[in-house]
Design a protein. Sequence first.
Length: 295
Amino acid sequence: MLFVCTTAIIICVRPPRFEYVQLKHATHSPTSKSPNSAAIPHRRPFSMADSNIANHPRVNLESHSEDDDRIDSVSDDYAEVVVVRHGETAWNVEGRVQGHLDVELNAVGRQQAAAVADRLSKETAISAVYSSDLKRALETAQIIARKCGVSEVIQEPNLRERHLGDLQGSVFHEAAKLMPNVYQASRSARTDQEIPGGGESLDQLFNRCTSSLQSIGMKHIGERVIVVTHGGVIRALHKRAAPTERLQGKVLNASVNIFHLSSLDKWIIKKWGDINHLNNTDFLETDFGGDNTSA
């Protein structure tokens, strides 16, 4: 209960700074030249065995169909927040640490974004679309917004991935040898451990992203909204909703995770790690770094 009160104070004193972006067709340019040193993870098509749905105790274990989420409205008791991880990037494929570095989607990532957009457009009407201001999330959100008939995406910097300090830009498995102190800091069980080079602690990530989602939820009680963000953020949101449960399954690119946020500051996970919409799209078998460092 003490943590809940602290969160409420943060929300009142420091309301989030939202920036509205009018949708337009994005132009794409290379972020950087990709080294050839990183091993490329195996990518394969979706099968029902890959879905994380059955791994979470709150999830309906029946097979998913398009009609499952097609309801006329959301209860006035809560906001339904659909949290989507961004589509794939070239650095996801390489196992390269992104953090706050601004890497855009690759071709597969855009296909994944289109697939999740098509799914969401057939479900309950969307009131708003929010996104991290990093390109990989923002472009995913723009694709979803267009398909769902939402005219703008609201950028929220507090939905950014964890800042990973000196790890950013490096291939994660190589960092263990090249900068062991930085690597160990990123893997520390201490939630207050910051990463050398300006990196955040897990506590800092948790506080900023959970406060942001709570504020969004309270603006949209009785509505359904989309939030596009990153693997590390989604793991933190899971911890906020289910603090005593170990996270089950992987946080894959373009996966759908649904939270119900009530005005009583109660969070419930309705759906977790759903990738049924990727049945015609390739995806990476691995979620980079278990999303501890993320993507």
